[in-house]
Design a protein around this ligand. Structure first.
Ligand code: LLP
Length: 420
């Protein structure tokens, strides 16, 4: 494990852990635990890295809302002029509620319903990233019914191996996403012939937590070949969407910087006039956030010591789901000998762990932070074991903004009804 924190705005000062200018102990005092805490500066800086690397060419950065859909987070990106990549009507509603521009929204996903299509057409989104022949027909029909023309890109499957976790690789032939390269031409011809569609672009996304830029560049070159074939048939595209996927450091990974990741892609498209779109999620929010939790019990065992904390797999599912690593840091330094702990939650499953075998100097009642939890943390949380979801806070300099209240227990069953 390296010594510098993966969250750039997190530091230790006089034994205390601070995010920007705010002591995490003060966050816990004010809002309790478990609480997700995000840094506005880290969010803005991550977005600025994309902006900077894309300067001087037409480009749109569409933040992938699924990574963290809190209205506070969305509003930070909206204020910076971001576009948004959505996968549901619900995400579209969030973007609009947070002040995002629907004209900069791209809509991905293999299962768009008619209602979602209507909602997105009425809102005037930038593009539907269409993933199948059947979706082309349905979208044409729905747009016709309400007298609109739907802008579309076909999501193609470049069949490259992103070399990442099998659950989060999406660009292989065996995945459910996109349409095969071999079918793309015929589908574009069909789409171009339909009265209520407007062929606008092409899209691809090969996977997530990519640490090597080479597979993306390979996919980009394949996509460009298709763009030229389409142009030869008179089907001209105005934008090329290369999806998201850039990885972040959780442990000792060494992901490329945004600039180094984009450089080979920009080279592929040098001299082209099409707008380039990107759909980054994790690399914009992952290392802008942490999950703050309190140690409820220390439980020494014959084989392992357990630190039972008040956060659980329902709050942060990634360790249980992907065996993902999140660095665990004690919030207040303590003069006790460090011990090795399994960091587990109170949920009644052996899979309810947050981290394995970590050396920590902690006592009952201490606060610990699970780092790099800004992406796919809160958005994948659940109410399992009738646990209210965590609160969410954005820090900004010395200021604290509560951007989601802790869920009350009554709200968890407010929609339910006992039988007489
Ligand atoms: N665009 C599309 C079409 C996607 O499917 C995804 C992520 C993104 C953009 C954003 O990718 P990113 O830049 O965040 O890598 N729950 C998993 C990650 C699932 C990613 C799904 N698709 C995790 O916790 O690691």
């Amino acid at each position: 494990m390296s010594t510098a924190f993966p969250i750039p705005t997190l530091r230790r000062y006089q034994g205390e852990l601070l995010l920007e200018g705010v002591a995490l102990s003060a966050v816990a005092e004010q809002f309790g635990t478990p609480t997700y805490v995000y840094s506005r500066a880290a969010l803005s800086d991550a977005f600025a890295a994309y902006r900077g690397a894309l300067q001087g060419r037409p480009a749109l950065v569409c933040y992938a809302v699924k990574a963290n859909s809190n209205l506070g987070v969305l509003s930070v990106f909206a204020a910076l002029g971001a576009g948004f990549d959505i996968v549901s009507g619900g995400e579209l509603s969030r973007v609009i509620a947070a002040g995002g521009d629907p004209g900069k929204v791209v809509f991905s996903g293999v299962g768009k319903t008619r209602a979602e299509m209507r909602q997105a057409l009425e809102a005037g989104i930038r593009c539907f990233n269409v993933e199948s022949a059947a979706e082309i027909e349905r979208l044409n029909e729905v747009a016709g019914q309400i007298g609109k023309r739907a802008p579309i890109a076909l999501r193609v499957n470049p069949d490259v191996d992103p070399k990442t976790h099998p659950y989060i690789s999406t660009g292989l032939k065996s995945n459910k996403f996109g349409v095969a390269f071999t079918e793309a031409l015929a589908l574009y011809r069909r789409a171009a012939s339909l009265p209520h569609l407007r062929v606008s672009g092409i899209a691809c996304h090969i996977g997530s937590q990519l640490l090597d830029p080479a597979p993306m560049a390979e996919a980009a070159a394949k996509v460009l070949g298709l763009v030229d074939k389409l142009a030869a048939e008179g089907i001209r595209l105005d934008h090329i969407d290369l999806g998201g996927g850039l990885g972040i450091r959780y442990d000792d990974e060494t992901p490329p910087s945004v600039a180094d990741y984009l450089a080979p892609l920009l080279k592929v498209f040098e001299g082209r006039s099409e707008e380039l779109c990107f759909e980054p999620g994790r690399s914009l929010v992952g290392n802008a956030g942490l999950l703050l939790t309190r140690v409820e019990y220390l439980k020494p065992g014959e084989e392992k010591n357990f630190a039972i904390v008040d956060a659980a797999m329902n709050d942060l599912a990634r360790p249980a789901l992907y065996d993902a690593f999140h660095e665990v840091v004690a919030v207040t330094e303590r003069a006790v000998a460090p011990q090795r702990y399994e960091i587990v939650g109170p949920i009644c499953e052996s899979g309810d762990f947050l981290a394995h075998d970590r050396s920590l100097a902690i006592a009952e009642g201490d606060l610990v932070a699970l780092l790099s939890a800004g992406a796919y943390g809160m958005t994948m949380s659940s109410n399992y074991n009738t646990r209210g979801r965590a609160a969410e806070v954005i820090v900004e300099g010395n200021a604290l903004h509560l951007v989601r209240e802790r869920e009350s227990i009554e709200s968890l069953y407010a929609l339910e009804q006992a039988l007489a």
